[in-house]
Design a protein around this ligand. Structure first.
Ligand SMILES: [Ca+2]
Ligand SMILES: [Ca+2]
Ligand SMILES: [Ca+2]
Length: 155
């Protein structure tokens, strides 16, 4: 009997701009790879992609959850992985500022990947809507795969 176990792998990359008036603008292009073995029906947090900072004043926080769906009956679109959460953009006096500029929820369905199948890609755009700071922005890029696990994890 096939186990309801799959591996979510991928890269979350944050691109962004911290606009400056006097000095040069500051940018981030930071890819963060991760992988996580998932058992069916378990809400799993991906903390590796939680916090990105740059420019001395900008931060993106991502609460990213994943859940594997059971295989279900033959012919069903079983073992898909749902990835969801919220991305938030902060800009203020420091990279630790509590000044939140924007927030967007996301939901991405990742069907089983096969050899040669493309990654599932998605993106979330975040903006600074302040009068001063409106040139700041961040984009969260997701590139995800739903892979077969060769061996069950120990335990
Ligand atoms: Ca700035
Ligand atoms: Ca700066
Ligand atoms: Ca601000």
């Amino acid at each position: 009997m096939a186990l309801d176990i799959r591996e979510l792998t991928g890269i979350v990359r944050v691109d962004g701009k911290d606009a400056e008036v006097v000095t040069s603008d500051e940018f981030i292009h930071e890819p963060r790879p991760f992988s996580r073995v998932l058992l069916a029906d378990q809400d799993t947090l991906i903390p590796e992609v939680h916090r990105f900072t740059w420019g001395g004043e900008c931060r993106v926080e991502i609460d990213m959850h994943a859940k594997l769906h059971p295989k279900g009956a033959p012919g069903m679109d079983g073992n898909r992985i749902d990835v969801w959460g919220q991305a938030r953009f902060y800009e203020g006096e420091s990279e630790d500022t509590n000044e939140q500029e924007d927030a967007e929820d996301f939901f991405i369905t990742v069907p089983r990947s096969f050899a040669g199948s493309p990654d599932i890609v998605s993106a979330v755009d975040l903006f600074n809507h302040e009068t001063v700071g409106q040139d700041d922005w961040a984009r969260v890029n997701f590139s995800l795969r739903n892979r077969q696990v060769e061996e069950p994890p120990p335990g």
